[in-house]
Design a protein around this ligand. Structure first.
Ligand SMILES: Cc1ncc(COP(=O)(O)O)c(C=O)c1O
Length: 366
């Protein structure tokens, strides 16, 4: 058939550079050390794994469409109104649904320059124009974001803390951003790494959602709860926005398994505490080693580090990535994030972190 008769996708879709996930394999390596996707170092709660297994006999049943028990459990755990929580198949789905509902052709979506790539990809998928706003010291810049608002702006996405830089905005700075936005512009605070943050001036976003009609907080079970394979995230919203998301989401968008396992994972506060303590120990440990190698790590508060490599071809970020691979370690290249001189490495187990530090020391000395 002639190309002119072929189906044509919507505006913007063919301009999307598809998201490239972290690599999971190294040619010839049986069990590579996978530190490319900010997955959990410790794995899920054993109780969550047991709950997953227990559901094997129920796979012929549709899920409860509104994730009611999970929303109740989230409301209880976080002190939030379950009616204003909407669950999704990962926070990725909620990002896409917010864009579908609030953006489109002839609109603009703001995100900070080194922000999570699903924001510009999702914006392009609905025909909107993503606008990358410059950062200061690898951190979202509230004044620059406010300066970039136009009458076409519909959403502002801030990952807090941000992936891949690991930097964050304080509660006060986020409130200043919200206060400066026109009330019809939706501020989406994506707090995928909130549970890892160990700072007094940080708040994940729920308090701002409670004070404003134009703020949504996104959370995920993929990171500290270690349930990335299940695809489970949630949004805490003003009622009107929860109502909109419930209209556009699929009727069974969250699997029965994800809902049930999510409830059990939330109850296992001991597993959560262990994962937090692990990160509180190993994040500064690894950052200190990187700093000692002059690798200028960003001040990350997430479960990952972002060292910067010198401009010399033998020691640049690409060479470091290859060297780590040659030692069975998969990190993440950062060219897609406009940070070609850095690589991102997830905090792993104690043994993996020691190995990363030793291999990078060997690399820099080579
Ligand atoms: C900032 C940020 N938001 C959202 C996501 C997606 O999370 P989920 O697995 O819940 O879709 C990620 C995953 O890496 C992320 O880094």
């Amino acid at each position: 058939m002639a190309a002119k008769d072929a189906p044509v996708p919507g505006p913007g879709i063919m301009e999307i550079a598809p998201y490239v996930p972290g690599e999971a394999k190294i040619e010839g390596a049986e069990r590579p050390i996978r530190l490319a996707a900010n997955e959990s170092a410790l794995g899920p709660s054993p109780k969550a794994i047991a709950a997953y297994r227990a559901l094997a006999g129920e796979l012929h049943r549709y899920p409860e469409g509104g994730s009611a028990l999970l929303r109740e459990a989230l409301g209880h755990a976080h002190g939030l109104d379950p009616a204003r929580i909407v669950c999704g198949a990962g926070s990725d789905e909620l990002i896409a649904l917010l864009l579908r509902a609030y953006a489109g052709v002839d609109t603009e979506v703001l995100y900070s320059r080194h922000g999570f790539l699903m924001y510009p990809i999702g914006a392009q998928a609905v025909g909107a124009t993503p606008i990358a706003v410059p950062e200061k010291a690898l951190t979202a810049d509230v004044d620059a974001i406010l300066d970039h608002v136009t009458d076409r702006t519909r959403l502002v996405f801030i990952a807090n803390p941000n992936n891949p830089t690991g930097t964050y905005l304080s509660e006060r700075e986020m409130a200043r951003l919200q206060a400066g936005l026109p009330s019809h512009v939706l501020l989406v605070i994506d707090a995928a790494y909130a549970e890892f943050v160990n700072r007094n001036d940080y708040e994940a976003g729920a308090r701002l959602v409670d004070r404003a009609e134009n703020v949504v907080m996104l959370r995920t079970f993929s990171k500290i709860y270690a349930l990335a394979a299940l695809r489970l995230g949630w949004a805490y919203c003003p009622s009107a926005i929860a109502d909109v998301l419930n209209r556009v989401r699929g009727p069974f968008n969250v699997s029965a398994v994800a809902q049930a396992v999510g409830v059990v994972a939330l109850e296992d506060t001991e597993a959560l505490r262990r994962a937090q303590e692990h990160n509180n120990h190993w994040l500064p440990w690894l950052n200190e080693r990187l700093a000692a190698l002059d690798l200028d790590p960003s001040p990350s508060v997430g479960n990952f580090v972002l060292p910067r490599f010198p401009d010399d071809p033998r020691h640049n970020a690409d060479a470091a990535f290859e060297f780590l691979q040659s030692r069975n370690i998969i990190a993440r290249k950062m060219g897609g994030y406009q940070l070609p001189d850095r690589i991102r490495i997830t905090i792993g187990t104690a043994e993996e972190n020691r190995k990363v530090a030793a291999v990078l020391a060997e690399f820099m000395a080579s």
